[in-house]
Design a protein around this ligand. Structure first.
Ligand code: GLN
Length: 262
């Protein structure tokens, strides 16, 4: 009944794009548990993303567990990790901070690449912090990662050579128009960037001044249409834009800046 071909046909009839791969992943996850598999298949054809059903997602070739409190890590965000690695080639940062860490995917991927680096991740959501801690353990970096439940970087002390964030950046009024797979399954807290989508950046740029080491860098993921508005904000807050990095489709996706350099 729950064999590969039946699952494949069910997924295809629901117009699911990568039906063959999804059928394989579902079978792998729910092997020998027919009832659980049938429930999972139903959830999938009702529009729930596969990663939510499996409870995990791959990012930077590592596995990250998800919960309703965490954004589902996106491939676009690998641009942020790549840009950070590129910036610190041959000279890894000593201490890094990821603001609004969610699953911890950005911080954990970078700690995985830089074996001597120490990291701090923050999130307003207690559930996200708990998940990020588990993901740090799973990926072998827990000894160098600290996670704190706080608003942006409140109560964070010391200096960081690198500050990263993929904060909520969707304008509030756009949220009802997002795809069902996003608006019904990703936490609103991780999406809603206020009236113009830039509220989180304002908060972070304000706090960043005291946290960035001299010569340090801050890297932010931005929305597809924020390549003008976000760099303008950076300058307004007394920081200096150093790079705009495109994602794989050529859309500017990462804003890199420094403090006090003109
Ligand atoms: N990249 C996410 C999306 O639009 C948004 C995440 C965010 O606001 N940081 O699907």
């Amino acid at each position: 009944m729950n064999d590969y071909l039946t699952i494949l046909a069910t997924l295809k009839s629901a117009n699911i794009d990568r039906a063959a791969m999804e059928a394989r992943l579902l079978l792998e996850e729910f092997q020998g548990r027919d009832e659980a598999l049938a429930i999972a298949l139903n959830r999938r054809i009702s529009g729930e993303p596969l990663s939510r059903i499996l409870g995990h997602q791959e990012f930077w070739s590592l596995r990250f567990d998800l919960s309703p409190d965490t954004l589902d890590p996106r491939q676009d965000t690998e641009t942020l990790v790549e840009a950070a690695l590129e910036r610190f080639t041959g000279n890894p940062p000593k201490r890094i901070l990821d603001i609004g860490t969610g699953t911890g995917c950005i911080l954990i991927s970078l700690l995985h690449e830089w074996p001597e680096t120490l990291g701090v991740g923050t999130d307003l959501s207690a559930g996200a912090i708990e998940m990020a801690r588990k993901n740090a353990v799973r990926n072998g970096v827990a000894g160098r990662a600290e996670f704190l439940q706080t608003s942006w970087a409140q109560n964070i002390t010391g200096k960081f050579d690198l500050i990263l964030s993929n904060p909520p950046y969707i304008p509030s009024e756009v949220i009802p128009n997002l795809a069902t797979s996003v608006k019904e399954f990703d936490p609103i807290l991780a999406l809603d960037g206020g009236a113009d989508g830039l509220d989180a950046y304002r908060a972070i740029l304000t706090e960043m001044k005291n946290l960035l080491s001299p010569g340090g860098y801050a890297l932010f993921e931005i929305g597809f249409d924020q390549a003008t508005s976000m760099p303008r904000l950076v300058e307004e807050y007394g920081a200096t834009l150093s790079r705009l990095v495109p994602d794989l489709t050529g859309i500017p996706r990462v804003v890199e800046c420094q403090m006090g350099i003109s």
